[in-house]
Design a protein around this ligand. Structure first.
Ligand code: BGC
Length: 748
């Protein structure tokens, strides 16, 4: 059987190469479809259902048996090379002859761990994100993995939600381009059949990040316009990038669980976006439609999922147990199963699995020096300088004696971040280790607290005492990795344990305090910012976080990371994000706050605006924000016209200058506002950005080519439209628009 399948696949490829249907662009696709048809037409109904079945690791014998019966379309969580090859052999020698798709959550690295995706987004550097995914794929394929459940492109505007760590933040445009870059890297830069490429999975489809109160798995209430304009946007970009798979999300939106949602799985995905890969459920999410109260039993769940458009069942067994019965009873047609099966086989074909099902093991790629180097560069670019009073950073030449303290200074497991199944902490280089290795500093290490939630305050006095002999105090705190990620949501997002107390005591010593926060989410750190002279925020930075940080502290690297998400003053402000609507009564920023209201003040609503009496209107830190060791200035905005229409590209140019004394990188951010719409448009929308390195004292030209089509939105008539009218635009250093260049144009 193995031989038959191989010959079939190669012969059809040959046909395609010779141009079976000369001159048409669809030649390759036709040969692909002929191959898929020929494979699927030989299958029994049960074997077709088998392709829709994904199992998790179990006993090798059981798994081998299942594969041998053609009932294991895919497996997750067994990445032992010897097992992988055994499953493949059993599958290929079975009657179906279809290789198994070996899958794994390779989320921000396989062995070499990169910063968590939220940190990757902070680089505003799509090339480095693409490179990271490419490296993840190279390492993962060495163990036979050909499919990852990444990227997660859920828009997240609530830092209580632990999974905010896994995505690219709050913004649809940033998430779209970062997601697309990750997909390109995983999928071999367009050459999926390359043995070192893996299929990507755009997840979680859709709306999962809008969970009520930030509680994981919770219901969402996203109306249609917002669904299309915000939450679906990155998923459409993924389809355009050629992502091979999607994963349906756990949540119900307005009462309909995604796994049984025909509108998103069929009408949008297959209808509007012409997607021809396959959709996998999330873990047991078919079965969970019973718990939701959406399905009566497993048969009902299988029926609702398959008819909605869900191709592969992740571990619930509902498909394997019930689909055959549903066909026999005439509730669904066999041709529906055939279509779903073809979607899966098509992806396997594209991966070249029929020709190369076995692992071509290259173990020495794991933790390869160039992989570690890329991980370090990503960590460097992801670090965000939040505060730098009196140029505390980089360390001046007279800084020799450093007191290193805080629970994340030497936490090799925790700095890796969430969703690390395969990276080993023995390879992590912590800040403490990197500082000790650096050799230029005398390091005293007093942890102060044992771990991030540690409430025991005895260690604080020791740290304070040690500060006497230090030139600078380096506090490295934040969150352990287990405090973010799946099922790890928090109601309070202050620094955990006694960390704020430690920081406060350190500040009181009068020594300069540099604080580094390593976390999986934005934390409410207003008082902590006050208790230090300089602060660097690193979303969990991965294996090479230590050396990356030391390069920044020493000035070898100038920080350039920008916030991919707004930081709230308090949890009470959440959700707080820059792309909000104006409202009829926007705050002006000069509102009377709680303590300025006189006693027995009379009730009035005249002139009142939308803000909180206690925390005001502004967030703690805006989207796009991040300082540098130098300063930048933008000038000379030019727009290629005043009025444009569909099909046009608006050319915007400006000059960006590094006005300081050291080289650095700035992220030039292009925002627009559609002034009047058939539905209210956000006060600001990021439409493009450029990360540019500029030597000290120099000026560079920056050009944006903005296709007018990017101004379309899902309007009142439930269609994407380009509406005529006035637009404002800004070229800015962050979403606060301070010092931004301003312009306007019109769409006719
Ligand atoms: C998560 C997914 C993940 C899957 C497989 C689920 O619990 O929600 O993101 O890919 O498990 O591990």
């Amino acid at each position: 059987m193995k031989l038959t399948v191989k010959i079939l696949s190669s012969a059809l490829l040959l046909l395609s190469a010779c141009g079976g249907n000369p001159g048409t662009k669809t030649t390759g696709q036709n040969s692909e479809e002929r191959f898929v048809d020929s494979v699927v037409s030989r299958l029994s109904l049960r074997e077709k259902i088998g392709q829709l079945n994904q199992v998790t690791a179990g006993s090798i014998e059981d798994m081998e048996k299942l594969a041998g019966e053609g009932l294991m379309g895919s497996i997750l969580n067994d990445v032992e090379p010897e097992h992988v090859n055994r499953f493949q052999k059993a599958a290929i020698e079975s009657h179906s002859g279809i290789p198994v798709l070996i899958s794994r959550d390779v989320i921000h690295g396989y062995k070499t761990i990169f910063p968590i995706p939220l940190g990757q987004a902070a680089t505003f550097d799509t090339a480095i994100v693409r490179k990271g995914s490419e490296i993840s794929a190279i390492e993962a394929t060495a163990d036979g993995i050909r499919w990852t459940f990444s990227p997660m492109i859920d828009i997240a505007r609530d830092p209580r939600w632990g999974r905010i760590a896994e995505g690219y933040g709050e913004d649809p445009y940033l998430t779209s381009v970062m997601g697309a870059a990750a997909i390109r890297g995983y999928q071999g830069n367009g050459n999926l059949a390359k043995p070192t490429a893996i299929a990507a999975c755009a997840k979680h489809f859709v709306g999962y990040g809008a969970a009520t109160a930030g509680k994981d798995y919770n219901s969402t209430y996203i109306p249609l316009h917002q669904l299309h304009n915000v939450y679906l946007a990155p998923f459409e970009a993924a389809a355009k990038e050629g992502v091979q798979t999607y994963m349906s999300s756990f949540n119900d939106n307005d009462g309909v669980p995604s796994t049984g949602n025909k509108y998103i799985l069929n009408d949008v995905l297959r209808g509007m976006w012409k997607f021809d890969g396959f959709v996998v459920s999330d873990w047991n999410s078919i079965g969970e439609m019973i718990t939701h109260g959406f399905c009566a039993d497993t048969k009902d769940a299988a029926l609702k999922a398959i008819t909605a458009g869900l191709d592969m069942d992740m571990v619930s067994n509902c498909y394997l147990d019930k689909l055959e019965e549903l066909v026999k009873e005439g509730k669904i047609s066999e041709s529906l199963i055939t279509e779903r099966c073809k979607n899966v086989v098509r992806v396997k074909y594209r991966l070249g699995l029929f020709d190369n099902p076995y692992i071509v093991t290259k173990q020495d790629v794991k933790y390869a020096p160039e992989h570690l180097e890329a991980a370090q560069k990503t960590a460097e670019e992801s670090a965000i300088l939040i505060k730098n009073a009196n140029n505390t950073l980089p360390f001046a030449a007279n800084i020799k004696r450093i007191l290193v303290t805080g629970p994340m200074a030497d936490a090799p497991h925790d700095q890796l971040g969430t969703w690390v199944f395969d990276g080993e902490k023995s390879h992590t280089i912590t800040p403490l280790k990197a500082l000790q290795d650096n050799g230029n500093y005398q390091i005293t290490y007093v942890p102060g607290l044992a771990y991030s939630r540690d409430n025991k305050t005895e260690g604080i006095a020791k740290a304070v005492a040690a500060a006497k002999n230090a030139d600078v105090i380096l506090f490295i705190g934040g969150e352990e990795s287990i405090l973010s990620g799946e099922a790890h949501s928090l109601a309070n997002i202050n620094l955990q344990g006694a960390q704020s107390q430690l920081l406060e005591s350190l500040k009181k010593t009068g020594k300069p305090v540099v604080s580094v926060i390593m976390a999986g989410r934005p934390l409410t750190i207003r008082r902590d910012i006050d208790n230090c002279d300089a602060m660097i925020y690193m979303f969990h930075p991965g294996t090479m976080g230590g050396p990356a940080l030391v390069n920044i502290l020493s000035g070898k690297v100038n920080p350039s990371g920008k916030l991919p998400v707004t930081f709230p003053v308090s949890v009470g402000q959440v959700p707080v994000y820059y792309g909000k609507n104006m409202t009829g009564r926007p705050a002006s920023g000069s509102e009377t706050l709680l303590n300025d209201i006189p006693a027995e003040a009379g009730q009035t609503s005249l002139g009142c605006t939308s803000f909180h009496l206690d925390d005001g209107f502004y967030p703690l830190l805006p989207f796009g924000y991040g300082l540098s060791y130098t300063t930048f200035e933008y000038k000379d905005l030019k727009i290629s016209g005043t009025s444009f229409s569909q099909g046009d590209v608006i050319r915007l140019t400006c000059k960006a200058s590094n006005t300081g004394k050291v080289d650095g990188a700035t992220v030039v951010q292009l925002y627009i506002r559609d002034m009047v719409g058939s539905i209210v448009r956000p006060v600001l929308e990021l439409k493009d950005f450029r990360r540019v390195e500029i030597p000290a004292g120099q000026t560079v030209d920056v050009t944006f080519d903005l296709p007018v089509s990017r101004l379309e939105f899902f309007g009142l008539d439930n269609k994407f439209v380009l509406e005529p009218g006035k637009f404002s635009l800004w070229i800015a250093q962050d979403s606060n628009l301070k010092g931004a260049l301003e312009g306007e144009f019109e769409i006719k």
